[in-house]
Design a protein around this ligand. Structure first.
Ligand SMILES: Nc1nc2c(ncn2[C@@H]2O[C@H](COP(=O)(O)OP(=O)(O)OP(=O)(O)O)[C@@H](O)[C@H]2O)c(=O)[nH]1
Ligand SMILES: [Mg+2]
Length: 260
């Protein structure tokens, strides 16, 4: 915590990040923490922990602890302990795989047993960058959120940093509210501000253009070359993408090139 804010109250919240295997939980948290996208992650062994500190969030210094749980069935025994005392749950699905919605009730039941209600759950649709592969209709997801009484829904991409910052801040504010540390009025205003900051996924026609990776020759879509330009704005990337003179590499080849 920064010394300058030492007069503020300190709060700790616990946020569980769950969902089926390979939906992108670890990649999202890593991108948020280190700014890099890992195209080849390994399965999380059990539970991983990430911490984010927010200064001056509702006049507090807040330490948000994110519990990143492995999706694989064989580790399910870990869930009841991990969910205990959670102030908010991020339930992540992969927008390109309809079956990642299948176990929503299962996650909700475990949450219920740990005294965590649906209003403490935020549904996260990850991998917006793979919009050309999406099998899940957005209208349908809105009805899922409404029918189950979830706190909200946000679409993200760990590859292009889409809505990650706003998602984790939303989760932290929701956790503070669930912990009884902020009033309902403050929370409603906060939710309104968060809503304004949520960005729609970019599916412009130019983004849909398909190129070939210069090295491996595989099809390359717009967001697949973002990782090599982490600090370049999306607008600038789009300008580059339109250029007929540039060569583009997929994430895998780019990673191999910079490592060699
Ligand atoms: N295109 C794209 N790929 C993603 C995104 N997020 C994650 N991935 C890829 O999805 C795969 C699985 O990601 P993980 O972060 O390991 O998934 P997980 O949910 O933590 O999986 P478990 O630990 O097995 O539960 C990896 O190959 C990631 O690179 C995304 O937003 N866009
Ligand atoms: Mg993981």
């Amino acid at each position: 915590m920064q010394k300058i804010n030492s007069y503020l109250k300190d709060s700790i919240v616990k946020i569980v990040v769950d969902g089926m295997g390979a939906v992108g939980k670890t990649t999202m948290l890593k991108k948020f923490e280190y700014g890099t996208f890992d195209p080849k992650t390994k399965i999380t062994i059990g539970i991983d922990f990430f911490t984010k500190e927010y200064n001056h969030l509702f006049d507090r210094n807040v330490r948000a602890q994110f519990w990143d749980i492995v999706g694989a069935e064989r580790f399910k025994f870990l869930r009841p302990t991990a969910y205990k005392g959670a102030n908010c749950i991020l339930l992540v699905i992969d927008l390109t795989r309809l079956n990642t919605l299948d176990k929503i009730e299962y996650f909700m039941n475990i949450a219920k047993e740990a005294n965590v209600g649906p209003e403490q759950i935020i549904l996260v649709g990850n991998k917006t960058d793979l919009f050309y592969l999406h099998t899940i209709n957005r209208g349908y997801l809105s009805s899922v959120v409404e029918d189950h009484g979830f706190c909200g829904f946000i679409e993200t991409s760990a590859r292009n940093n889409h809505n990650l910052e706003v998602l984790f801040e939303f989760a932290t504010g929701t956790a503070l509210y669930n912990k009884g540390l902020i009033s309902e009025d403050h929370f409603e205003t906060f939710k309104g501000d968060i809503k304004k900051r949520i960005k729609e996924p970019n599916i412009e026609p130019d983004v849909k253009k398909i190129r070939k990776c210069w090295k491996c020759g595989n099809n390359l879509y717009f967001y697949e070359f973002c990782d090599s330009n982490t600090n370049t704005s999306e607008e600038r990337l789009l300008e580059l993408w339109k250029s007929p003179y540039l060569q583009f590499f997929c994430c895998n080849c780019y990673k191999n090139i910079i490592m060699s």
